[in-house]
Ligand binder design. Structure first.
Ligand code: HEC
Length: 185
């Protein structure tokens, strides 16, 4: 093989590696809007009053860091403070990106995961209420004090959203935290 060719090849290979590294390696990718939530999730929103509920937020924190259920430890990839500890995990501190996601999209992704990534589906381990509590906590990293307004289709001041009582409380409000999966794993 001629020396020139080998050099050219090395340059091309180097560029390729550089682009791969920038595209999907250490960072969590370019800021682009997520796909819309599928129909079965599009109308799911945070229960009324929860955006400003400090107790629910605290429950969400414990779930997120694996304190409530060691089988569910979002922080092991996304970081306790929202700073990813595993390559490719979404950085929830990036408010500009997270603002492009409606609460329904977050909820859907937590339930069903993201195909072909390390983000798996959590719906078998998290009740709907627990998923909402986690959304509440996650929102705090980049969009503290905000809540999703389904009418305006935008993140707004959480305090401006309807308070609890405006809508009937969720039917399963009394349900205890999701029971640990039966033995066998
Ligand atoms: C094993 C590592 C890992 C764990 C554990 C994990 N995630 Fe993820 N998560 C990822 C990765 C990687 C992505 C980026 C997926 C992609 O490329 O779109 C992601 C993306 C996300 C997204 C954004 C989805 C999107 O469309 O951009 C949300 C929301 C999310 N994770 C929430 C959670 C929650 C909540 C938990 C805990 C119940 C959790 N993750 C646990 C790795 C993880």
């Amino acid at each position: 093989m001629k020396p020139m060719k080998a050099t050219q090849l090395a340059v091309v290979l180097g560029m390729g590696l550089f682009m791969v590294a920038c595209g999907g390696g250490e960072s969590d990718g370019p800021v682009v809007p997520p796909p819309p939530a599928p129909a079965e999730y599009a109308a799911s929103h945070m229960p009324a009053g929860w955006w400003t509920d400090a107790a629910k937020l605290e429950e969400g924190r414990k779930l997120f860091i694996g304190e409530t259920n060691p089988d569910v430890n979002c922080a092991s990839c996304h970081g306790k403070d929202g700073k990813p500890v595993k390559a490719g995990a979404r950085d929830f501190r990036k408010g500009d990106r997270m603002a492009l996601y409606s609460d329904s999209v977050w909820f859907w992704r937590i339930a069903e995961g993201v195909p072909n990534t390390k983000m798996k589906a959590w719906k078998s381990k998290l009740s709907e209420e627990d998923r909402w509590k986690i959304v509440l906590f996650e929102r705090n990293f980049g969009l503290a004090g905000k809540g999703w307004d389904p009418e305006k289709h935008a993140w707004v001041d959480a305090a401006s959203l309807p308070a609890a009582g405006a809508v009937a409380a969720p039917t399963s409000a009394e349900a205890p935290a999701a029971a640990p999966a039966p033995a066998g794993k």
